[in-house]
Design a protein around this ligand. Sequence first.
Ligand code: A3P
Length: 492
Amino acid sequence: MDNSNPNMPGTHQAFKAHITTVLGALLGAPHFDPHTSFFLLGADELILFRLLNKLNQLYPNVQLSWRDINEHSTMAALAHCMTQRDKTIQAANIKEQFLGAQPAERIRIMENHLCDAISHALNSSVTLTSDRLGSGFHHHHVYMELTWVFKRDFQCPIYKTEIEQFENISQLATYFTNELEIRWGLRSPEAKWRAAMHGSLAKSEEVSWDLEPPSSKRVQNVVLLLSAPRSGSTLLRLMLSRHSQLFCPPELNLLHHKELSSWVGNRLNRFPRDSGVIQNLMGLIGFRAAECEEILDAPASHTMSISKVYQRIIAESGQATLVDKTPSYAKRIDTLRRAESLFEKPRYIHLIRHPCAAIESFVRHRFEKLIGKPGEDPFLCAEKTWLIRNQNILNIANHVEQNRYHQIRYEDLVQNPHQVMESLCVFLGVPFEEAVLHPYDRPNLIGGPGDYDIFQHDKIEPQLADNWQQSRQTATLCAETLELAKLFGYCI
Ligand code: A3P
């Protein structure tokens, strides 16, 4: 893909060409009708968010919004919108204004910015004095627009659960002003944050490994790709998905559940029903449209066991081996333990990354807001997550035959992908295929849960292995983390 001159104004032709290339890759269909709605072409909200993200990377001055992409939801209409916008908008650098302002002024800037974004999302003017914005404030498009605006204008990921806590713009502005001030060092975090840091970081769970006999036939040919968050698992998944004998879909998250009903219920809690995410996953499982509707209407009535769901996914994929990349499995040892009773001698790929790099990335993405306790120190949460998840994965490695466990370092993967993938193919018992080294050529299986930034890269980028060193944290790591990092061969 041509990523040249990202800051240059675009032409109508260039906009059309880029939308076609990016959306074509995201949909896995290079040719599509320019006048057909993105939704009818099969795009869901995640795909549209990734399209927006990529177009913003290519044309930051166009300042596209979430509403734009929903209101101009064909290739032709969006290219037209971008052309109009490019001529009229002088991008006001809101981040610089915010950083340069006095503390009281920062809140005002944030309030105005939020009012503009919410008014834009709702297509009706809201003001600060609207004390309680009622259901409009919690409208799905408001969440999506704000998520996008913070990413575009402040390079700061925010999450729906954060927005949900507040009932009016004023409270929201105070909260996010505070968050951004801490992020950019304009304010110190509360002292309590680091107080709990040293002493003890929780140990991974102690669990009995006497497995109960499985209730049904164990599922064959399953590989779990496990890691702590921000270890490069999406990249490795894309690489593996290019192999002709492997099926490596977006995060399945199935192993947490016993039955399909509970999995669907969980999905519906996290994503709106009409966002297409569930339908996409149902597509993987092999249900037809009418069946999907039925399952979505009455999830509780679908008692198909997760073991059967896995069997259907494998049968539907037509590939010999399923690689299930779901990092959250490593959160609990009993989830990993279920793998041993559900699957016939499953194999484990353990992707590791330097703790400082994984922690830096975790904090930059504010993952503590997603998986931490309220008010938890982001660094503590990141370190604990790295430590416990890697300990849990090692724990399972210690209980299975050596030939079922394969460890890969992210740093080696990006700096020496050929060698790493060759040895991974040997472990998986498949021939090495050159395609795995080109994850972004005709990528498939890009949709589905996972990193919003998946499409910000066009190739394997070896320099990202050491990037974290530029922002090296001063915080010291606890003894257990240091010990595990040493065991993995990392220098701190
Ligand atoms: P950074 O946030 O440090 O950049 P995961 O997919 O497990 O969440 O991991 C995300 C990390 O993988 C990110 O780390 C990201 O840069 C890295 N990554 C994703 N695509 C990559 C690519 N094409 N080349 C190198 N690293 C990549």
